[in-house]
Write a new protein. Structure first.
Length: 516
């Protein structure tokens, strides 16, 4: 360790002039005072709140996912017979017509089988002819036996022949009759054999025809898996030879939506998607189908949603990866609050703010009456009576909120039902239909809403307010409740005095537990 020569330093200070020593000491004192002031300010600094304004605007809720671009209809073309590919008449991207020959399997084996089946048919027909001839001979013998029997019976009746001769002649006739029946059966058997051989011949001809592989639809060949000379085996199932897309100008995107979001997806909703091949470009479509078959991948349940994709210029290729955004709902001219305001919570040390008492919600009745007057055309008497009905309902709902949790919902629903019936009693038929539509919209909005909590800065102090929330786009959320009003300052974060911070709309510094 290096030794410090204190004696030398002391001598150096003594050597300084008195004026220099005074200046040095004064500088040290200023520095100490500044450090002390900084420490005090850090220890006793007041809290400053970052705020954002409640404003009006348009909000769009959406769900995003990735999917694959595919043709609406694609047909797998296979072979129903086994054999060697002799000819191929198309290639990738070939345009084909329905019934067009696209490949040929070597037909030699099937041609020989057709010839064999044709010979079997000819042989069966010859056998049938022989059986028909034999049946004709037996019928002639039967006719002779009947004539002989009739003649002998007359002789027996006259006494020229014994009764034993009558029995003999009858037996002979009956035996010949049975031979005719046997002949008839043999003819039927021979004719059935002919039909069987003809069916086998027809099957052989069908198999021969199947060696001609034709396009089942008009479209474009997007896949080819065989070449000339390759052998295909159609034992258990038809092997895939080609895939033909019926119309590449009409495509679709197959995307998987999580089970937590699928309940909000509806057929007909607008959708947009992008593909990596065209950066910065957005394609439009709409939801065409929601498939009910669930897919379980690593214990994650998803459902396939089909989104239409017009492709008039054939810019989209089958198999492209699409980033899909489905528009669930859009609401215009609504109050919006930043999501950061719902996440912010007061630390336990901040006691300046007092929760807003229940029942301080704004009066929604004038706005509701104004809308009904405009859309239903209420006269002065109807408006006055409607205001009384709504005010009475509001009072009943306020009382219901004081009821036990188990009965609260029942009381509130009863108050709403009573209001609904009383309003219908003062309206005419045309007004009733419009009123039902308005109530339906309010009920739909109420059923899709959730509750939350924000802190509003009033006179420099945070005041807690419970709010009802609607749509959210991830950054902003629709504010359904009347409070806080438009233009109010909601707290989105805090910062110590002197700390640099962004504007009210920026990200807040975490203080206390978060809601999400």
């Amino acid at each position: 360790m290096k030794r410090v020569n204190l004696k030398g330093m002391s001598g150096g200070l003594k050597a300084m002039s008195t004026k220099k020593r005074i200046g040095l000491l004064a500088g040290l004192a200023v520095l100490i005072i500044a450090i002390a002031a900084w420490v005090i300010s850090r220890g006793n600094g007041s809290i400053q709140y970052k705020t954002a304004k409640v404003k009006r605007g348009t909000i769009t809720a959406s769900v995003s996912s990735s999917g694959t671009v595919n043709p609406v209809t694609s047909v797998q073309v296979g072979s129903q017979v086994s054999g060697q590919i002799k000819e191929i008449h198309i290639d990738f991207n070939s345009e084909v017509k329905e019934g067009q020959l696209i490949a040929r399997i070597d037909p030699e084996t099937f041609e020989y089988k057709v010839r064999q089946m044709q010979a079997d048919v000819d042989s069966a027909k010859a056998q049938a002819m022989m059986q028909r001839a034999e049946l004709a001979r037996q019928r002639v013998n039967l006719a002779n036996a009947r004539i002989d029997m009739e003649r002998r019976l007359k002789l027996v009746d006259r006494g020229f022949l014994s009764p034993a001769e009558r029995d003999t002649v009858k037996t002979t006739y009956e035996a010949q009759l049975e031979l005719v029946k046997v002949g008839q059966a043999n003819v039927q058997n021979a004719e059935a054999s002919v039909k069987q051989k003809e069916a086998m011949l027809a099957q052989a001809k069908v198999d021969l025809e199947r060696t001609f592989i034709k396009s089942p639809v008009n479209g474009t060949v997007i896949k080819k898996t065989v070449e000339a000379g390759q052998t295909v085996a159609a034992s258990l199932q038809a092997p895939e030879l080609f895939v033909i897309a019926e119309d590449l100008m009409d495509m679709q995107v197959e995307t998987s939506i999580d089970e937590s979001e699928i309940g909000r997806v509806r057929v007909g909703q607008k959708a947009t998607f992008t593909v990596d091949s065209y950066p910065g470009r957005t394609f439009e479509g709409e939801v065409k189908q929601i498939r009910l078959a669930a897919q379980n991948v690593s214990n994650v349940i998803t459902y396939v949603v089909i989104v239409s994709a017009a492709n008039p210029k054939k810019e989209l290729f089958p198999g492209m990866t699409a980033n899909v955004r489905i528009i669930l709902d859009t609401r215009e001219n609504v109050k919006l609050v930043p999501n950061a305001a719902m996440r912010y919570r007061l630390p336990s040390t901040e006691t300046a703010g007092k929760p807003a008492p229940r029942g301080t919600r704004g009066n929604w009745i004038p706005a509701f009456l104004d809308r009904m007057s405009a859309e239903l055309g209420l006269n002065d008497d109807q408006r006055t009576r409607a205001e009384g009905i709504l005010t009475a309902m509001r009072s009943k709902v306020a009382v219901a909120h004081q009821a036990p949790e188990a009965e609260r919902k029942k009381h509130i629903q009863a108050a709403r039902s009573e209001m609904h019936q009383q309003m219908l009693d003062i309206l005419n038929e045309e007004q009733k239909a419009k009123f039902e539509k308005i109530i339906g919209e309010y009920e739909e909005k109420r059923s899709s809403s959730t509750t939350g909590r924000v802190y509003v800065l009033e006179n420099g102090n945070p005041v807690e307010m419970k709010v009802r929330l609607g749509l959210s786009d991830g950054a902003m959320t629709e504010l359904i409740s009347s409070r806080p009003p438009e233009g109010a300052d909601v707290i989105i974060g805090t910062q110590a005095a002197g700390e640099s911070g962004g504007s009210g709309g920026g990200a807040s510094k975490a203080r206390g537990p978060r809601m999400f």
